[in-house]
Design a protein around this ligand. Structure first.
Ligand code: GMT
Length: 428
């Protein structure tokens, strides 16, 4: 169980500035948790740490940094593919077990300091199993790194970042909640991207209040996600007012609402409008059929999955995120960073990302309020000055609160803090 903050500080040793050896694990799909883990890995490697990305496949945002053999070309970062042998356990998921073995093996070979696992299920259980494997003297272990004499054999410390449905969904799953709670309490530190998710983790997973959960907000690379240059010349007014949505097309994203909002805006404005839909997922075929049935095919573009959103954001005037639930809303942050105001649901962690009131960077409405969201967009179409101010404030707010460098420093400090605390090695 992670040490409480005050107990932890009494155990802190002098600061240790040596580069760390860090394993990062995430799902390789387009989701925000994979994006954050990958950007964190790249940034930590750039700061001189040795980073091992340990995943079932190359995460989307790492693709630009690996060759055709899936070998990382990024200095300081290695990619390890977890060998998932589904043919042995069809549909039963050998991934959590194979990941545990991979983490233990890499730790024996490389002397890892930290395992940072993104998304709690099943990664926290894999970490628990991996730690147990490491603690056993095993005939299979042939350390090639520094010797690990018992009883001070270094067990890598585990950090789990909870991202969203690993709290809000799993918290309501009787079959998963107990083992999830147990494995989270066994790790060395827990983090979440928003205050909302911190409260939800205590409430829904029934984690003890004395268990520290650090809020480290998600971040964005503000150099990559930057506003497009000023729109000028004769083309500026020719372009339709453009709405954009990007997600993994799951039902909780409420893409049906995105399309209904767009249809309502189109009905109520003389301005030409269009909608860009970015991403892939289970809802896509149904949404394509809906767009066709509403006669909107000429105005709606399905652009599929894209490694980065910037090109589409640079063509956009408003980003739409009317989700049912959202612990943070990383795609909204990327839009704000490009100076694109966001219209979204007032739900979960979104109010921590999108500002309302005098410093507004977007508009928030209750979940399902299609008319309200369409009305917000119509206000911005009718008032270009308000839109321009909002776009400017969006960028400023991101620069002030969500810079990547601040958050990398937060994670580094957390790693060093848990490495500086003594650990009960009785199990080793
Ligand atoms: O939790 C999920 O359903 C998936 C997860 C992901 O991998 O993208 O999304 C969550 O994590 C993101 C990164 O921290 C957040 O931006 C999303 O808001 C969050 N999704 C939900 O809470 C539904």
């Amino acid at each position: 169980m992670p040490a409480p903050d005050d107990a932890r500080s009494s155990l802190v040793k002098p600061p240790d500035e040596r580069p760390l050896r860090i394993a990062l694990t995430c799902y390789p799909t387009m989701g925000g948790s994979g994006v954050i883990a990958t950007e964190l890995g790249l940034a930590l490697a750039e700061r001189g740490h040795q980073v091992h990305m340990v995943c079932a496949d190359v995460p989307e945002r790492l693709r630009a940094h690996v060759n055709e053999k899936k070998e990382s070309q990024h200095p300081g970062l290695l990619f390890h593919q977890v060998p998932v042998e589904e043919y042995l356990l069809p549909n039963m998921g050998s991934y959590p077990l194979a990941l545990a073995v991979c983490l233990a093996q890499i730790t024996r070979e490389q002397g890892l300091d930290i395992w940072h696992l993104h998304y709690g299920v099943p990664h926290a259980v894999s970490a628990f199993l991996g730690q147990a494997l490491l603690a056993q003297p095993t005939a299979l272990a042939t350390p090639v790194g520094p010797p690990f004499p018992s009883p001070t054999r270094p067990l890598a410390r585990s950090v789990v970042t909870l991202h969203g449905t690993d709290v809000t969904g799993v918290g309501q799953s009787p079959s998963l909640r107990e083992i999830h709670r147990f494995s989270l309490m066994a790790c060395d530190a827990l983090t979440v991207p928003s205050q909302f998710l911190r409260h939800a983790a205590y409430d829904l997973l029934q984690l003890p209040r004395e268990l520290p959960i650090s809020v480290i907000p998600n971040f964005v690379n503000t150099k990559v996600f930057a506003p497009a240059g000023p729109r000028s010349g004769s083309n500026a007014d020719a372009r339709p007012f453009t709405l954009c949505h990007a997600s993994n097309f799951r039902p909780l994203k409420r893409i049906e609402d995105v399309i209904a909002i767009f249809a309502a805006v189109k009905r109520q404005t003389a301005r030409s409008v269009r909608l860009l839909l970015i991403g892939e997922g289970p809802e896509r075929p149904r949404m394509e059929a809906l767009v066709t049935s509403l006669g909107l095919s000429g105005d709606v573009q399905f652009r599929g999955a894209q490694p980065t959103l910037t090109a589409s954001l640079h063509e956009s005037d408003v980003f739409l995120l009317p989700s049912q639930s959202e612990s943070f809303g990383l795609a909204a942050l990327e839009a704000l960073s490009c100076g694109v105001p966001v219209v979204a649901s007032r739900v979960g962690g979104l109010p921590e990302v999108i500002a309302e009131g005098p410093e507004e960077t977007g508009f928030l409405f209750p979940v399902g309020d299609v008319a309200g969201m369409a009305g917000g967009i119509l206000v911005l179409i009718a008032d270009p000055q308000r839109h321009a101010h909002m776009a400017q404030r969006a960028r400023e707010a991101v620069l002030a609160r969500f810079q990547q460098s601040q958050r990398i420093a937060d994670y580094e400090a957390l790693y060093r803090r848990i490495l500086a605390t003594s650990r009960d090695l009785s199990a080793a």
